[in-house]
Design a protein around this ligand. Structure first.
Ligand code: UDP
Length: 237
């Protein structure tokens, strides 16, 4: 099954950037991810990326420790900017032209997010990184990924994780967990499989944007997913 995607949105969690480290950003993981993105870009895919911030800060966690939730969420959004800037740097070092667009204005370091400009950048072959989530507290970067994917009319959302796809139970806890090659959105909901938060998932469903969950930590996987190779990742249709 060859996929016919042209414009893609890749979601990378902040936590994945931890790699083997306890905090911050693992340089090796960053380089590996930049290689994966470059490989897709070299194949003429129009690539946009949303990076999470969970390796640095999460508003919900701050709130459990007494912090004002909105303040914490803005800190989380700024955390995504740190990760996004690191990824931008890693890509540019490899000769990939990029643009970082922020949902919160910070013009010295990133362009403000303007949908039409984002689309233009993609058409011109620049990798566009969407930073600062949706710009609103109480949301997640998964929701930012869904929202931006719909806005720029991406053909698919690729959710890069550390597991091979969507399983009927947690593969990190149950060695007999079975992976779905494809699964309907309805079944994801019925089985209460948590692949994204509900807001993000609903946005994708309402706008018929397919989601592919795949293992971003296996070298070459992004290209394989895009080529539609069997048994790589799980697709929500
Ligand atoms: N965040 C937010 N609004 C958004 C996106 C993110 O308030 O639109 C905040 C929220 O506090 C979140 C943090 O930024 O916990 C980091 O994002 P997320 O938890 O989605 O990162 P990931 O889990 O992908 O590392």
């Amino acid at each position: 099954m060859a996929n016919n995607y042209k414009r893609i949105l890749l979601k990378i969690s902040g936590e994945a950037l931890l790699g083997t480290q306890g905090h911050g950003i693992d340089g090796d993981i960053l380089t590996q991810y930049a290689d994966e993105i470059k490989a897709a870009h070299d194949e003429n895919y129009e690539v946009s990326v949303v990076v999470g911030g969970g390796n640095i800060f999460r508003g919900v966690k701050g709130a459990t420790e007494g912090m004002d939730r909105v303040q914490g969420d803005y800190m989380g959004m700024l955390a995504t900017m740190i990760n996004s800037m690191a990824l931008q740097d890693a890509l540019e070092r490899k000769g990939v032209h990029t643009r970082l667009m922020s949902a919160i204005r910070m013009e010295e370091i990133a362009e403000p997010y303007i949908r039409r400009r984002a689309i233009r950048h993609l058409e011109k072959g620049r990798v566009v990184i969407f930073g600062a989530g949706t710009g609103n507290p109480y949301f997640t970067t998964d929701t930012a990924a869904s929202l931006r994917a719909i806005e720029v009319e991406a053909d698919v959302i690729l959710k890069g994780t550390r597991v091979d796809g969507i399983f009927d139970s947690d593969p990190e806890e149950n060695p007999d967990a079975e992976k779905f090659q494809t699964i309907t959105g309805e079944e994801v909901l019925d089985r209460r499989l948590s692949i994204m938060d509900l807001t993000a998932f609903t946005l994708c469903r309402e706008n018929e944007t397919p989601i592919i969950v795949f293992n971003m930590n296996v070298v070459g996987n992004l290209k394989k997913v895009l080529a539609g190779e069997e048994n790589i990742g799980s697709t929500v249709v």
